[in-house]
Design a protein around this ligand. Structure first.
Ligand code: GLY
Length: 320
C-alpha cells in the first residue's frame, strides 16, 4: 500500500513539474549572428544564416522546455553557430594580420554572477564549451592563449588543427587587407529559463586583420556579455574596443536596474551613445520577463527570438 502511495506521489510531482515547465510564460531565447552590412552576401548565404539562427533558437528553447537551464540553452545554441562557417565564431572565424584565427568567448550565469571567458585561442573547436568549463570547473573567470588551450586539453574539450577553420575567402580578405572594418558574424545568445535564471554568452573570431593578441569585447564580462537574474541579460556585437570602453552590456542592465528603464529604451540609449562615439554595433537583451530588445546602429543585424508562443522571429535587415 505504502509502495503504491509513494508511486502515485512521485508521478504526481513529475507531472506537476512538467506541467509547470511546459506552461511557463517566461521561457525566452534571443540570438544574434553579428551586426554590420550583409549586402555582399548571396541569397543562399542569407538563407543559411536565417536557418541557422532559427535552428539555434529552436534548440535552446527545446532544452529549456524540457527542464534544462538557460546556461545549457546558451551553450548549445552557440555551438550550432560556432559550427557554421557562415558566422565569425568557431569554425568561421576571421584571420588576423598574421593569417591565423584567434577566438574569444564568454558565458555568464545570472543566478550568481559567475562567469567564464577565454581569449586568443586558436585550436579549440568550440570556444564557448571552454568558457563554460572555466565558469563551472575553475576558480577563475578568464584564461587566454596557451594557458586556455592547455586547459582545454586537460578538460578533454575537443581541439582541432588549423585546417578545420580554413576559409579561402576569409584568408584572402585578411591577405588583401580588405574589409578590415567588418565586425559582422560574432554570435551571442541570451536565455531566460523556467526557473527565472538568465544566462548570456558571446563567441567571436574578432575583427579581420586584427593584430595578433588583440582581444575584443566578447570575452570581457560587462562589455560584450552580462547576465543578472531579475534584471537582464545582454550579448553584444560590433566594434569591440568601444564596447569595452562603454561597458555596454553592464551599462544596459544598470540603466534597467537603477533607473528602471524598460529593456528597449535602455538598449537604445547605449547603442545611440556608441554611435555618437563613432562605433558600430548592436545588442540582444532580455529583461526578467523575457521581453526582448534587438537594437543596432548598423544597416543589419542577424537576429532571432523565440518564446512560449512558439513563434520564432528571424530577421537580418531592419525592414526585411
Ligand atoms: N565584437 C567583437 C570584437 O570586436 O572582437
Amino acid at each position: 500500500m505504502l509502495h503504491i502511495i509513494k508511486k502515485i506521489l512521485i508521478n504526481f510531482f513529475l507531472f506537476f513539474s512538467l506541467f509547470l515547465i511546459s506552461n511557463s510564460k517566461d521561457i525566452s531565447i534571443v540570438i544574434h549572428g553579428g551586426a554590420g552590412w550583409f549586402a555582399s552576401m548571396t541569397e543562399e548565404e542569407i538563407d543559411g544564416i536565417e536557418k541557422a539562427l532559427s535552428k539555434a533558437a529552436g534548440l535552446g528553447y527545446e532544452i529549456m522546455l524540457e527542464g534544462g537551464t538557460s546556461l545549457d540553452a546558451v551553450e548549445k545554441a552557440i555551438i550550432i553557430l560556432e559550427d557554421n562557417p557562415l558566422f565569425n565564431a568557431g569554425r568561421g572565424s576571421v584571420y588576423t594580420s598574421e593569417l591565423i584565427q584567434e577566438m574569444d568567448a564568454s558565458i555568464m550565469d545570472g543566478s550568481d554572477l559567475n562567469a567564464g571567458a577565454v581569449a586568443s585561442i586558436t585550436n579549440v573547436k568550440n570556444p564557448i564549451k571552454l568558457a563554460r568549463y572555466v565558469l563551472e570547473e575553475t576558480d577563475h573567470v578568464m584564461f587566454s592563449s596557451n594557458g586556455a588551450e592547455r586547459l582545454a586539453i586537460e578538460a578533454g574539450i575537443e581541439t582541432v588543427s588549423p585546417s578545420y577553420f580554413y576559409s579561402e575567402e576569409k584568408l584572402q580578405r585578411a591577405k588583401n587587407k580588405i574589409n578590415t572594418n567588418s565586425k559582422k558574424g560574432t554570435v551571442g545568445v541570451v536565455a531566460l529559463d523556467a526557473y527565472g535564471n538568465i544566462a548570456a554568452g558571446t563567441s567571436t573570431g574578432g575583427m579581420t586583420n586584427k593584430t595578433p593578441g588583440r582581444i575584443g569585447d566578447s570575452p570581457i564580462i560587462g562589455a560584450g556579455t552580462w547576465a543578472e537574474n531579475g534584471v537582464c541579460g545582454v550579448s553584444g556585437t560590433g566594434h569591440g574596443e568601444y564596447f569595452i570602453r562603454l561597458n555596454v552590456a553592464k551599462e544596459i542592465c544598470v540603466l534597467m536596474k537603477y533607473k528602471n528603464l524598460e529593456v528597449k529604451k535602455a538598449a537604445q540609449l547605449v547603442i545611440d551613445r556608441l554611435k555618437s562615439m563613432g562605433a558600430d554595433g548592436g545588442v540582444i537583451v532580455l529583461d526578467n520577463k523575457g521581453t526582448p530588445a534587438m537594437i543596432f546602429n548598423t544597416p543589419a543585424m542577424a537576429r532571432a527570438y523565440k518564446n512560449s508562443t512558439d513563434y520564432t522571429f528571424v530577421r537580418i535587415y531592419k525592414d526585411h
